[in-house]
Design a protein. Structure first.
Ligand SMILES: [Zn+2]
Length: 477
């Protein structure tokens, strides 16, 4: 039997090579002939299904309904909101002909759906009674980035939810903003075991066409930050461009207020990158389709009995969707490595000696080893899985906290960024100061302005004038 082909580089030595190998060898994704477009293999797609299922349920509780709009967007529609189109122009893929015939008008392959949805909204919304309108799509978008694609983290086609809500007043919009950001951050914490930095983007970094952007930023092991789920308060910028108006209670014509929000398949890559190790994939138990693998320790004379007990345990623990690895001709060690590589949270070993003692050896993907009575398995496993989730979250939190350095000194700030950390510093709101910091740090950007702010702010780290906020600054993936 050949040796298990595991990951051949160390995460701490060469993160990007480690990550690529992880994705391929754990069977999360595969490349295709179209650069930047990956196959989501079942092991990753089932995680995305869970994202959709859990978040969708929460969305519906606040009246968000699902819908589907076309993949193709006429150029004339897309270009109605100038800032918006400027933000997307370099990334848009166009359909220019059908068969041999050139189209009269180019069609954009959906980079985001504001244009096509708001054209419909302008027809549907007439009165204050039509509001709020909260529609969501679970779909795919194409952004033809030309930087090096990286599976999940930077792909030309990705999957997401795109929510597009319409309101008559700011109070309702703000209320939903808080709920939606909480839905996302709860999912990150309770399912993905990930903490994040929640805050508002600076005007310079907000979404093209938005009044304000709120984001959850996650720090990955190479010290870079990735923008996770976000929420954009568009004010009435799009309402004016797409002519979405309603008659209020006094029969007066008003522009609507709008908001959009999304979580993307990028988050899958973030989660794989943070939790996984040099043995392979580590999945938070709630997101693992198979939470358990049973590996019988096979000897000729006791094989039948051990298999029989293993079958019985498999049936009893059915809710964990266990895999019974009864392949012969593979050593237990070989099987252990394979299931570690594939991220199965628990491994249950059972051999003739265990059978006699009426117990099994249970090993968690985080390396904890326990002897457990067979009769106590169903009682103990939920707690063990819960503890695994907690441990993953704590490790991720430690990684995040260790990556953040608070400083209000420009030279120190530059050093922090050089050392691949994230700085928490104070800035005035002048975009010039942000631009300067970006050029001095070889491209570090403001990530977001945390909701929790100090009561007495000092001076802007760059210009020395009174600071307007403390803000995270770092290299962004
Ligand atoms: Zn300044």
């Amino acid at each position: 039997m050949s040796k298990q082909e595991g990951i051949t580089v160390k995460k701490e030595q060469d993160f990007s090579e480690w990550y690529q190998q992880l994705i391929l060898k754990s069977e999360l994704a595969d490349y295709t002939q179209v650069s930047g477009c990956i196959v989501f293999r079942p092991r990753s797609y089932q995680v995305w299904e869970k994202v959709q299922k859990v978040i969708d349920l929460e969305f519906k509780k606040i009246g968000i309904q699902n819908s589907y709009f076309p993949l193709f967007i006429p150029e004339s529609l897309l270009s109605r909101e100038q800032e918006h189109v400027k933000g997307f122009t370099p990334e848009v893929a166009w359909v220019t002909q059908s068969g041999e015939e050139k189209l009269n008008e180019r069609l954009a392959v959906r980079p985001t759906s504001e244009a096509i949805m708001y054209d419909s909204y302008s027809k549907w919304i007439r009165s204050y009674r039509d509001l709020p309108l909260k529609l969501n799509q679970w779909n795919n978008v194409v952004r033809w980035e030309f930087k090096n694609p990286v599976p999940f983290l930077r792909t030309r086609e990705f999957l997401w939810n795109e929510g597009h809500n319409v309101y008559s007043n700011e109070k309702d919009l703000d209320k939903d903003r808080d709920i939606i950001l909480k839905i996302y951050s709860d999912f990150l914490k309770d399912y993905m075991a990930l903490p994040g930095l929640i805050g508002r983007k600076t005007d310079r970094e907000k979404f093209a066409g938005a009044k304000a952007t709120y984001s959850i930023e996650i720090i990955i092991p190479n010290g870079k930050a990735i923008q996770g789920p976000d929420f954009h308060d568009d004010g009435n910028n799009f309402a004016k461009a797409y002519n979405i108006k309603y008659l209020d209670e006094k029969e007066k014509e008003q522009y609507v207020l709008q908001a959009t929000y999304a979580i993307t398949t990028r988050m899958l890559g973030v989660m794989f990158a943070i939790h996984s190790d040099n043995k392979g994939l580590v999945l938070p138990p709630k997101l693992a389709e198979n939470k358990l693998v049973i590996v019988p320790i096979i000897f000729e004379d006791s094989k039948a009995k051990v298999f029989k007990e293993a079958e019985k345990i498999k049936k009893e623990l059915g809710i964990y969707n266990p895999i019974l690895d009864d392949r012969e001709g593979y050593s237990p060690g070989w099987k252990f490595s394979e299931w570690e590589l594939k991220g199965i949270p628990l491994r249950l070993e059972i051999g003739p000696k265990d059978l006699k003692a009426k117990q099994v050896v249970l090993v968690t993907r985080l390396g904890k080893k326990l002897n457990i009575k067979i009769s106590e398995l169903s009682k103990k496993i939920p707690k063990i899985l819960e503890e695994m989730h907690e441990e993953l979250y704590k490790n991720a939190e430690k990684l995040m906290k260790n990556s953040i350095v608070e400083t209000n000194n420009l030279n120190e700030l530059i050093k922090v960024i050089e050392n691949k950390k994230i700085a928490l510093t104070q800035l005035c709101k002048s975009e010039e100061c942000e631009e300067w910091i970006k050029s001095k740090t070889n491209g570090a950007k403001t990530l977001n302005i945390p909701f929790k702010q100090k009561t007495n702010l000092g001076k802007c780290v760059y210009c020395g004038k009174k600071a307007d906020y403390s803000v995270y600054i770092g290299k962004s993936y």
